[in-house]
Design a protein around this ligand. Structure first.
Ligand code: DC
Length: 218
């Protein structure tokens, strides 16, 4: 049975999460936030005080972690039964996720967990390598990006709204550093699939981006 997939890849803060969630809702499809899987690993490593240079231990933790995703209005994630949703959004979690995501063996362990999300009637998959590595046969692919400054501004607003303290200059620097790490790593780097639609959302509203993505599907 063929299960359709729409992949939405791009750097952090381009609006992938919001766009993917709303498009999945409109289509009635399942949603994979692949970044949350790497973020969950980061939290598991912190909880177990694992040294981030100890690759063998990191891989053991990745293999052992039990994840549950509850997709309501907000995504709720449980790690080994514990609700870790609040910690997922922290910048520090994203930075550790980006560091361990550069390890090829980690990506290999997490590959099947991501592929398992491909269920009927379809899947919207959001990440860095959805269209290039995890679902290369997806019929619809989008590469969604925006300038680093715009992405930092959006992230700043999101964090402040959540009551999390933030500094715009630090955020811009962190975003640029994370982009560099995600694009320059050898294993499944952030890159546009040759058959993806390129969308720069710097000057677009979320609704305009959603419309363009839905046009691609229809
Ligand atoms: O999308 P995000 O900010 O939640 O992702 C956090 C980090 O996880 C990101 O900086 C790199 C890594 N990641 C990845 O390597 N591959 C993916 N498909 C998704 C995320």
């Amino acid at each position: 049975m063929h299960i359709p997939v729409l992949t939405i890849d791009g750097p952090s803060g381009a609006g992938k999460g919001t766009v993917s969630r709303l498009v999945a809702k409109k289509l009635g499809w399942n949603y994979l936030d692949s970044g949350s899987i790497y973020r969950s690993l980061a939290i598991a490593l912190l909880k177990q005080s694992i040294d981030l240079t100890n690759e063998a231990e990191i891989i053991n933790v990745a293999k052992a972690m039990m994840l549950e995703f509850e997709c309501g209005d907000e995504l709720v994630v449980k790690l080994n039964g514990e609700d870790i949703t609040a910690q997922l959004a922290l910048e520090s979690t994203g930075n550790i996720a980006s560091i361990v995501a550069a390890l090829p063996a980690v990506r290999q362990v997490l590959l099947q967990k991501q592929k398992d999300f491909r269920q009927l009637p379809g899947l919207v998959a959001d990440g860095r390598d959805m269209g290039t590595v995890v679902f290369p046969d997806a019929e619809n692919k989008v590469f969604l990006t925006a300038s680093a400054v715009k992405r930092a501004e959006r992230r700043y607003k999101q964090l402040i709204e959540k009551g999390i303290d933030a500094n715009l200059i630090d955020l811009t620097n962190e975003i640029e550093e994370r982009d560099r790490r995600d694009m320059e790593r050898k294993a499944a780097p952030l890159a546009m699939a040759s058959d993806a639609l390129y969308i720069d959302s710097s000057e677009m509203t979320i609704n305009a981006v959603i419309e363009e993505v839905l046009n691609l599907i229809h």
